[in-house]
Design a protein around this ligand. Structure first.
Ligand code: PRP
Length: 212
């Protein structure tokens, strides 16, 4: 087939759209804008303050040390830092829950994927969360833990939203007043950013490679 005059231009334009253009579109991807919420120093100060509060409340309280129960995955970094900051013996366990899926939409209930594996009866337990958001996870876990008859149960969270289902956390690093999505220091957006040492708010946005 032979193309002449304007036909040739149409063919060239079509060829560009079907070949060159897709390459350009690959660069126009969903990207996220991160804004610093808490620096490493600010997080360390909050962790230290919470550790002092826990020591004040529980040092020498019982014959057995308190048990920190970290809520995976988001609280893995906070639990590790808090356990090392505490100047008192503690035991550490984990539970694993999920309320957000890969589509980043929260579900109506938290699912316990891995429950308590330790004997916590008669022990002082501190549930360690990265964020109490709508409070579904904590509400579900409080029931799960209270069924196992601990001596006491306290809630410790690095971040808390006031809307969190009337959950009264005993230890709070920072209260968040808006509904921004937060990543870093163990917290994810679609499984990314857990490795960042700081905390950021994240704004998903469409931008081109020129916006970088
Ligand atoms: C997030 C976060 C909290 C929970 C808070 O976990 O880490 O555990 O949601 O939300 P809620 O107060 O509304 O229940 P997620 O379920 O996303 O799992 P992850 O920790 O593995 O990221």
């Amino acid at each position: 087939m032979e193309f002449k005059g304007s036909q040739r231009h149409v063919f060239i334009a079509l060829f560009y759209i079907l070949t060159a253009a897709p390459a350009e579109y690959i660069l126009i991807t969903m990207e996220e804008k991160l804004t610093l919420l808490m620096s490493r120093e600010e997080i360390a100060k909050a962790v230290a303050r919470i550790a002092r509060e826990i020591e004040r409340d529980l040092s020498g309280n019982t014959t057995k040390p308190p048990i920190l129960i970290g809520v995976l995955k988001g609280a893995f970094v906070f639990t590790a830092d808090l356990s090392r900051e505490l100047k008192m013996p503690v035991e550490v366990g984990f539970v694993r829950t999920t309320s957000y899926g890969l589509n980043d939409l929260p579900s109506d209930k938290a699912n316990i994927i891995q429950g308590i594996e330790m004997d916590i009866s008669g022990r002082d337990v501190i549930l360690v969360e990265d964020i109490v958001d709508r409070g579904l996870t904590i509400t579900t876990l409080m029931e799960h833990i209270e069924e196992r008859a601990p001596a006491s149960l306290r809630i410790c969270t690095l971040l808390s939203r006031p809307s969190a289902n009337d959950i009264n956390s005993d230890y709070i690093g920072l209260s968040i007043t808006d509904d921004s999505f937060i990543v870093g220091y163990g917290m994810d957006y679609k499984e990314r950013y857990r490795d960042l040492p700081e905390l950021y708010t994240i704004t998903p946005s469409t931008c081109t490679h020129n916006d970088k």
